[in-house]
Every structure is written in structure tokens, then in C-alpha cells.
Design a protein around this ligand. Structure first.
Ligand code: BES
Ligand code: MN
Ligand code: ZN
Length: 502
């Protein structure tokens, strides 16, 4: 994917070059291309009054004057504000513009405003994420970029650019896998099929994989999980994937909500139903993250746990008023069958605790309340350990995935107590719904350092609102890159072991 070469001499259908706002002259690859074209790029930018705002594009045909058939100039905003996210968005914008123009082979010129590994990773991530479409079920339509080259004319930057690009490609492809799993319609991926796909991915990547069936869950006392599955003809699965390198210094458990379809159950939903195939986005993110780890080789044991169920109303469906005993002994009065995510996560978290993890991170499309609070622009994070939350916030910021902390006051638990059981699964009002869901989950983590990401706001986008150069409508794959940056921190290879409260 990385090739030696310069934008002005490389043959391809389109080459992307960076243009900065508020600058009198072009710099880097844009300047060299402009010189080779006798000033035609600068002239076109001036005629179009191109302001180089972030991710704005301008296409210029070269008519054989240089080997690239088109230049796609992309705005970067002001040079002193450039981050990896600027490069990611710009790269995605170039690739999307190229696809519209039916340009199949796209090259992106190196931009030495950032270190080469950061540029390579951000270009690969942005380009691959931006090119994504969920097209399995469609006759192909429109243009498609099928070849990407990252160009650098500077031999000193080539190896780092390549290393960054390799990493970016792994991060992006894992994200695309999560998007695909989430976009799959619910008739194609009921819980047993999701488990089969996870097992295949694990075998291909070289992960340990254990799939629990309902009889085994019953033996383990996972009655909260089984209660949610009871209304569906598709049986539940508990998917457990394990990456265990010989040099592991700590264990992280990743738990992902895998509701393959959330009808609400007997508390039947009356809106958003066509999006409830995406209620397994947290589980998809966990599976996609795990299968990427062997290629990245972080020195951390990672156990992924995905409870997979379908939440349906049926003759045997769980009923409001039912009381179940979860596998950690806690009894739960089920006051709303649509608050099913926390029920399956209760047993999945208790299972994760038995793996002796140093840290637990769960991802779940848990509440509409998180969407009310944040819109489509950020997921919510809450936890019982600020150091862990801080590291996840930092990883998310590196990934360009917005994450915002909400408070987890102990008092939220008061509204989750039941007069007839230890807990109830829904509170008395809508207020503080995301926090009340999180505080319920906290009861199942055995006091270990834990963070909960409520990804309902960001897991899928129903409209243009919230989409950007590399986010499509539909599933976004949110969380995969945050988890990968969290498990593979770029400049902190020797993180001290996190504090353990036990
Ligand atoms: N899967 C939903 C949350 C959701 C809603 C995600 C819309 C994405 C878009 C979850 O299972 C749910 O129904 N939560 C309820 C909880 C309530 C009954 C306590 C909610 O948020 O309304
Ligand atoms: Mn629900
Ligand atoms: Zn749900």
C-alpha cells in the first residue's frame, strides 16, 4: 500500500494533496504538483475561491500533463490545528470524492506536518473507513475505490509511514467488520449465527473460542440472560473469545451487548424498531476488536464476552413482574422487558469477573437516555475507577471517537432497588436513565475496575445527521478503534499495572 514516489510523477486515477487555510503559498506535495502543472492547481483553487476548510475538496483533471489523471486538493484547515483526526477526515473526503468520479486507484500524498507513522495510520484509517459501503444485498451501484497507495517522496519517512499504514489498516478493517456485523439484517444473524461467525473469525485469527449454549448457561445460573432469550425461538449463546499471549502482564475483559434484535419484548417498542438489529453493536465491537489482536500482539490477555440473544414477545417471554436470580446470586425484579441489555450484561459481567480480570470494559447500546443527553455526536462513559475512565477517554480521543463522561453517583442506585428483590431493571422515571443503567451494571462487576460505554448515541446513524467524511449512515463500528488504541497505546508501551482495589 505504501509506495515510494511523488504526487507529480505517480500514475493513478486520482492523487490527494493537502492544502492549508490562510496560507499565501501551497506547500509540500500540492506545491510540487502545482509546479509540474505550470501553476494550474493554484489558479483553480483561486478561481473556485477554495478556502481549504477541513475536508473540503476540489477536483482538477490533469489531461496527461502529469501521470495522475486527477488531482484532488483537500482542505486541512489551519496548519497549527492539524491532528491525526484532520488527516483521517481529509483522506476519507478524498476517497469519497474519488469514488464519485469513478476513480478506482487513489493515491494519497504524504504530509510531513505530522510524524510519518501518525500520517500513515490516519491516512489508512480515513481512506478505508471513508470508502465503506454495506452493499452485500445490492446490485452494485456507483463508483468504488479498489486500490489505495500512500506516497512519500522522502525516503527517511518511508518505513514509519508503512508501519503506521499497516496498523491503520488493521484498525480500520476491524471497524469495517463491526459495521458489517451490525448492518447485517436480523434474519441473517440471530444469536446462533452470530456465534458461528465469531467462532470462524476466532479460528482464522488464532483465538481461543468457547460458545455456551442454554443448557450450560442454566448450570451456571445465568437466569437473567436466559429470561431475555425466553420469548424468542432463537436460542441464546454466550460467546467467549480469548487472546492470551505468553508475555501478558494483565488481563482485560471486554463485554459487549449482543441483542441481535430488540423488539422490547412484552413492553413492545413502538418506534425505532427497524434499527434494533443494531442492538448488538457493542458485541460486534468486542468480536471485531478481539480478532484484530493477534496481528497487533499487545502484551495483554484479553477476554471478550458477548451475550447474544433476541428480545421478543412470545408465549414463554419474560413478563413484567417476573423475578430472576442472576449468576452472582443477585435477584432482579423485571419491571420492564425493554430494559433487557442490563439483564444479559449482568450475567455476562459476572462471567467475566470469574476470569480474574484486572479491568472490565463493557460496550452497550444501552439507553435512549444517553442519546437524549448527547445526540449522535458522542457516546457516554461511566465507571467505578477514574484512572481507567481517563485512559479510555484518552484512547477515544486518539481514535477520533467522541466519548463523554457522565457521573455515577451512588444515589442513582436508590431508584433501582425493588421492594420485592435486590434490584429492579428499570427506574421510576426517565431521568438519569443512562446513569441508572450503568449503576445497575456496577452491581455485577465484583468491585473490579470497570468502565461502561453507552454507545447507543454513536453505534448507528439513522440520518445524515452525525455522519462525517468517514462515518456512513447505518452502523459506524464505534468503539473498535477506541478499544484498539486502549489496548495498544502508541507511545506508552510500558504502562504501569492499574491499581487493583481487591
Ligand atoms: N436498545 C435499547 C436502547 C436504544 C434505544 C438503543 C434507541 C439505540 C436506540 C435498550 O434496550 C432500551 O430499550 N432501553 C430502554 C431502557 C428503559 C426501558 C429503562 C430505554 O432507553 O428506553
Ligand atoms: Mn430494549
Ligand atoms: Zn436493547
Amino acid at each position: 500500500m505504501v509506495a515510494p514516489g511523488a504526487a507529480e510523477s505517480f500514475p493513478c486515477d486520482a492523487v490527494g494533496v493537502a492544502v492549508y487555510a490562510g496560507q499565501a503559498a501551497l506547500r509540500g506535495a500540492a506545491a510540487r504538483v502545482d509546479a509540474a502543472l505550470g501553476g494550474a492547481l493554484a489558479a483553480a483553487l483561486a478561481e473556485e475561491k477554495f478556502e481549504a476548510t477541513a475536508a473540503a475538496t476540489l477536483v482538477l483533471h490533469t489531461h496527461g500533463r502529469i501521470p495522475a489523471r486527477r488531482i484532488i486538493a483537500v482542505g486541512m484547515g489551519a496548519p497549527d490545528a492539524v491532528t491525526a483526526e484532520t488527516v483521517r477526515r481529509a483522506s476519507a473526503a478524498v476517497v469519497r470524492r474519488a469514488a464519485q468520479a469513478h476513480a478506482a486507484h487513489v493515491a494519497l500524498a504524504d504530509d510531513d506536518i505530522l510524524p510519518a507513522d501518525a500520517v500513515g495510520q490516519a491516512q489508512a484509517e480515513g481512506a478505508l473507513l471513508g470508502a465503506y459501503r454495506f452493499s452485500r444485498y445490492r446490485r452494485d451501484d456507483g463508483g468504488r475505490v479498489d486500490r489505495l497507495t500512500l506516497l512519500t517522496a522522502d525516503t527517511a519517512r518511508r518505513d514509519s509511514l508503512q508501519a503506521g499504514a499497516d496498523r491503520g489498516r488493521i484498525f480500520a478493517e476491524a471497524t469495517l467488520l463491526a459495521r458489517d456485523l451490525t448492518n447485517e439484517p436480523p434474519n441473517a444473524l440471530p444469536p446462533p449465527a452470530l456465534a458461528d461467525v465469531a467462532a470462524q473469525l476466532a479460528a482464522r485469527a488464532g483465538l481461543r473460542c468457547t460458545i455456551l449454549e442454554p443448557a450450560q448457561m442454566q448450570e451456571l445460573g445465568m437466569n437473567a440472560l436466559l429470561a431475555v432469550a425466553a420469548g424468542s425461538d432463537h436460542p441464546a449463546r454466550l460467546i467467549v473469545l480469548e487472546y492470551a499471549p505468553a508475555d501478558a502482564r494483565r488481563t482485560v475483559a471486554l463485554v459487549g451487548k449482543g441483542v441481535c434484535f430488540d423488539s422490547g419484548g412484552l413492553n413492545l417498542k413502538h418506534q425505532d424498531l427497524e434499527w434494533m438489529k443494531a442492538d448488538m453493536a457493542g458485541g460486534a465491537a468486542v468480536i471485531a476488536t478481539l480478532q484484530a489482536l493477534p496481528a497487533l500482539r499487545p502484551p495483554v490477555r484479553v477476554v471478550g464476552v458477548v451475550p447474544a440473544v433476541e428480545n421478543m414477545p412470545g408465549g414463554r417471554a419474560v413478563k413484567p413482574g417476573d423475578i430472576v436470580r442472576a449468576s452472582n446470586g443477585t435477584t432482579i425484579e423485571i419491571t420492564n422487558t425493554d430494559a433487557e441489555g442490563r439483564l444479559i450484561l449482568a450475567d455476562a459481567l459476572a462471567y467475566a469477573v470469574r476470569q480474574q480480570p484486572d479491568e472490565i470494559v463493557d460496550l452497550a447500546t444501552l439507553t435512549g437516555s444517553a442519546m437524549v443527553a448527547l445526540g449522535y455526536l458522542a457516546a457516554a462513559i461511566m465507571g467505578n475507577n477514574q484512572a481507567l475512565v481517563d485512559r479510555l477517554l484518552q484512547a477515544a480521543s486518539r481514535a477520533g471517537e467522541r466519548l463523554w463522561q457522565l457521573p455515577l453517583y451512588d444515589e442513582y442506585l436508590e431508584d433501582m432497588r425493588s421492594p420485592v428483590a435486590d434490584l429492579r431493571n428499570s427506574g421510576s422515571s426517565r431521568y438519569g436513565g443512562a446513569q441508572k443503567g450503568a449503576i445497575f451494571l456496577r452491581e455485577f462487576v465484583g468491585g473490579r475496575p470497570w468502565a461502561h460505554l453507552d454507545i447507543a448515541p454513536t453505534a448507528f446513524l439513522e440520518k445524515e445527521e452525525g455522519t462525517g467524511p468517514y462515518l456512513p449512515k447505518g452502523a459506524t463500528g464505534y468503539g473498535v478503534r477506541t478499544l484498539l488504541y486502549f489496548l495498544n497505546p502508541p507511545d506508552l508501551p510500558n504502562l504501569p499495572d492499574p491499581p487493583h482495589p481487591l
